[in-house]
Write a protein that binds this ligand. Structure first.
Ligand code: SF4
Length: 288
């Protein structure tokens, strides 16, 4: 197992311990740590923060929820290649409250690592950071191993709100630790290794550019799509697939349906002409 994979496996086996350490450190440094179950709960929480500070939020909780899902997409959505943005700061209303997604959390330093594009573009008074609970790493020195994996042109560490004498930093810092189904993944022996993912993006569609992809945290990328497709039947169990299954199970009906499709599809859908003979026709001719 590679060094990053070892560290990630160790974190997942001791997640409670490292989350508690992170919380203790960051709280001791003046930050606030909140555990929430879903993007909806996080949106409600942030909207409340904004209301208390009399900051207007365009689009309300729904607008915030969309931003949250962009910054911290569900791990499985991310690995399925659902569109998401790089980690970056998003101001809710020009100033006041800033929303960002964390690349990593460092337990021993009580630190939040923002890595991506424009992490420092907005310097809000209240900084809210979203992070999946799996993003924690044990020690600051682990960053030497992990930071090169996520890259980004801008890296910033937050260790709490601005202290007396400091020139930079938010007045308030909130870290929202999102579960978002991760506890279920953790309890699932087959899928828990997915939580090792550091979102380097190497295995996402179109990223490899023809080269073989090696996951830096030794996730079995070959079987990943199969694992994720386990959920697919629930999404594709509509009437179209039942009809398809019905037709596929009846060879004569299947052939008749194929002939109908060949007759109609070109005019209807503007597709290229089908081959002159079907596979079945060629097969029969070959047998004679
Ligand atoms: S290569 Fe591995 S770590 Fe990188 S995004 Fe894919 S699964 Fe995650």
């Amino acid at each position: 197992m590679t060094k990053p994979a070892e560290i990630r496996a160790h974190v997942l086996a001791n997640l409670d311990h490292y989350l508690a350490e992170l919380e203790k450190q960051l709280t001791g440094q003046g930050g606030t740590v909140v555990y929430l179950r879903s993007a909806d709960e996080a949106a409600d929480y942030i909207e409340l923060l904004a209301r208390e500070r009399e900051v207007r939020v365009t689009g309300g909780a729904e607008g915030i929820r969309r931003q949250i899902e962009q910054l911290e997409p569900r791990l499985e959505d991310y690995l399925k290649g659902e569109p998401c943005v790089a980690v970056e700061s998003v101001a809710i209303e020009g100033s006041g409250i800033g929303l960002a997604g964390a690349a990593f959390l460092i337990a021993d330093a009580g630190a939040i690592c923002l890595a991506g594009e424009r992490t420092g573009a907005a310097r809000p008074r209240v900084q809210v950071v979203l992070a999946g609970i799996e993003k924690v790493l044990p020690r600051m020195r682990d960053m030497a191993v992990f930071l090169p994996l996520v890259g980004g042109s801008d890296v910033r560490f937050l260790t709490g709100p601005r202290r007396a004498g400091e020139l930079d930093g938010p007045e308030e810092l909130y870290l929202i630790l999102l579960d978002g189904g991760r506890s279920e993944l953790l309890a699932n022996q087959e899928k828990r290794d997915l939580l090792r993912c550091v979102r380097c993006g190497d295995c996402l569609p179109g990223q490899a550019g023809g080269r073989a992809v090696t996951c830096p945290v030794a996730i079995d990328i070959e079987s990943l799509p199969l694992l994720l497709r386990e959920e697919a039947p629930a999404e594709v169990s509509g009437w179209k697939f039942r009809l398809w299954g019905f037709v596929m199970g009846r060879p004569r009906l299947y052939e008749f349906a194929g002939q109908m499709l060949r007759a109609f599809w070109r005019e209807q859908w503007g597709l290229p002409a089908p081959a002159a003979k079907t596979f079945r026709q060629l097969w029969r001719e070959g047998k004679k």
